[in-house]
Design a binder for this molecule. Sequence first.
Ligand code: CUK
Ligand code: CUA
Ligand code: CA
Length: 649
Amino acid sequence: MHAPKEVPETVSPARPDRRRFLNTGAVASLAGAGLSLGLVGCKESSNSAAPAGQTAATSGASTIDYTKYEIPPGQLDTYYSFSSGGESGECRIYGLPSGRLFKRIPVFNIDCLVGWGITNESKKIIGTKADGSLNYRTGDTHHVHPSYTDGTYNGKYLFVNDKIHGRIARIRLDTMECDKITELPNVQGFHGIFPDKRDPVDAKINYTTRVFCGSEFHIPQPNDGRDLNDPKKYFCLFTCVDAETLEPRWQVKVDGNMDLVASSYDGKLACSNQYNTEGGVHYEDMMSAERDSCVFFNIARIEAAVQAGKTFHIGSSKVPVVDGTKAANADPKTALTCYVPVPKNPHGVNASPDGKYYACSGKLSPTATLIEHDLVLKWFDGGLKEPRDTVVAEPEIGLGPLHTGFDNKGNAYTTLFLDSQIVKWNLDAAIKSFKGDKAAKPVVDRLDVQYQPGHGFTSMGETKEADGKYFLSDNKFSKDRFLPVGPLHPESAQLIDISGDKMKLIADHSAYSEPHDSIIIPRDRIKTRQVYDINEFPLATKDAKDCRVERKGRQVTIHLTSQAPAFGLREWTVKKGDEVTIILTNLDKVEDLTHGFAIPHHDINFIVNPQETKSVTFKTDKPGVYWCYCTSFCHALHLEMRSRMLVEA
Ligand code: CUK
Ligand code: CUA
Ligand code: CA
C-alpha cells in the first residue's frame, strides 16, 4: 500500500489496476492484523462486490459537461460547506461546487494569524491553567453540525467535538468564530455529536436547546486510578449539553460504547451506533460478537428521571447521571434506553430527512440496517416484543459501509470504505426486499471514488429540506489524484452530482488532513457580519486620543488603537520584568480592513478586524527596542505602520 509509485500524467478515475491495488491493500492490511472479517465479495476487484444483478460501478467520467459546474472568476458559489479538520483541531469553510477554501476556523488549535490561543480573550475560551498556560494545545475535530429550528438549519451556531480531550465547541455563524468550549466530565473519546432538531418541551424556544454527545472509550468512573485493569467496571456516558450555556445538563450511563450520534426530527429520540458492545479493551475482543447495537435514548423519560432525582453523581462532577444500562431498563414501558441489535461493529448512524428511519452501517458487515422511528417509539410503549423488531430493512450494499447521506427522492448514499465506492440504494426497495419481495433491488447505482471514503453527505441531507443536488465524499486516501507533496498526501473531497439517476463525479478537491465530516448549506441560509460593533467590547478604546499607558506597580496596560496607516501610540516605555497588557481596538470601519499586530521576541501575533478589540498579556524579560508592526497589508503605508516598545533595563 505504501510502495512508491510513478505519477501518471493524466488521472483517469477508472484505472482499474490502481483501484484493485488499493482495495487489496486495504483488505490485506486488515487481514494482516489477524482480523477475520467475515466479509462477502471478492478481494481482487471491488466491482465484483456488487451482488449479481446489481449495477456495476461506473467511472461516471465519459459524458460529463464539467463547465456546467464551474464558478468563473467574480461569481459566487451556491453552497457553503462546513468541514471538520481532524488532527488539526480546526474547522473549515469551503465553497461548493468550486471547492474554494474560504476560511479556517481555529477551535481547539493555536492559530497565530488570528491570535487564537494567544490573545487573552481566546485563551479564556480555550481554557487556561492557573499559570496562564493553555489547558490543551491540541484537538481532534470530527463532526460539525449547525443548530436547528424545526428540522432545518437556522444559521445561528455550529457545534463540533474534540475527540481527544472530550470537549465540545460552539462556533457563531455570524462571525464564524468559536465563542465557547466546554470539557465534558468523565468522558474520554467524545466522538458523535448531534444537536436536537426540534425542541419538544418549550414552544417559546424555537431553536436547538440540546446537543447530544456520545463517548467512545469506556473508562473507570471516576477515572482517578481505581479499577485500572478491571475493564468490566469501565463504562461510557451519553451527555446532553445546553446549547446556550454549553454546560452539560445530564448524562446517561450506557452498556457498551458510543460512536456516531443522530437525533430525531420530533425531539423524542437520540441514538448512537455501538461497535464495542463486548466492552473489549483489545480489538479482537471488540469484534468478537456477530452483532452490536444502535442504542436509542428516550429524551422525555430521561429528563423526567433527572427531574425526579433518580440520579447519581460521579466523582466531583455535579452533572446528574441516570442509569441507562440494559439491566436497569428491562421494562420497555419505563425504559430510558433501547438497544437495537445491528450487525458487527457498525459505524455511522444517520436519520432520513422524512424523519422515519435511521440508517446504521455495518462496517464489518456488508449491510446497512434501517430502523424505523415509529417502531422504536412503539417498543418504548410496550407494543413490540424485541428491540430488533424495529428493523425494517438490512440490504447488502458492499464492503466497509460507513456513513449515509439522503436525497429528497427516498434514496440513501453510503460510503463503502473497502470498496472505495459510493453506493446509492433505495429505501422503499430495501424495505420490500426485507419483507421477502425478490423483485425488489435495493442497490440502484455505484460510483468509484478515489479512494477509501469515510464520511459522505448530501446537500441539506441532514435536514427536512434535503435537496438531492450534491453528495460530497471525504476520502481518506488520495494517492495519485494530486501532485505528490511528500509522504503526507492531501485527502480528497470529491463532489458528486446526484440530481439524476446516475451519480456523476464532477470534481476533486484536495483537503488538508483530515476532514471527517462536512455539511452542505445553501448560501442564503448564512448571514454573516462584516464589521463588529465596537460596543461589544468592554475594553475598547473608542477614540485614538484616548490611547494611553497605565501603570499599577509592575502591571502596565497599553490602551492602543489602529487606524490605517498608524497605531494610536508611536512609542511607549516599559521596564524589564513588567507584566504588560496591550489592548488593541481597530477603529477602521471599512469592510475587510483588518490590521495585524506582532512584537518581535515576545511571541505576540494577532489581528484585529474592523471595530474589534483584542488583548494580550506578556512579560518583558529583555531590555531593548521592539518594533510592533502591522502584519496585515492594509494600506499603501502598511509597511510604515509600526510603533516602538522601549524596554528599559
Ligand atoms: S468518524 Cu471519521 S470517517 Cu470520526 Cu465520523 Cu467515520
Ligand atoms: Cu495595518 Cu498593515
Ligand atoms: Ca463489536
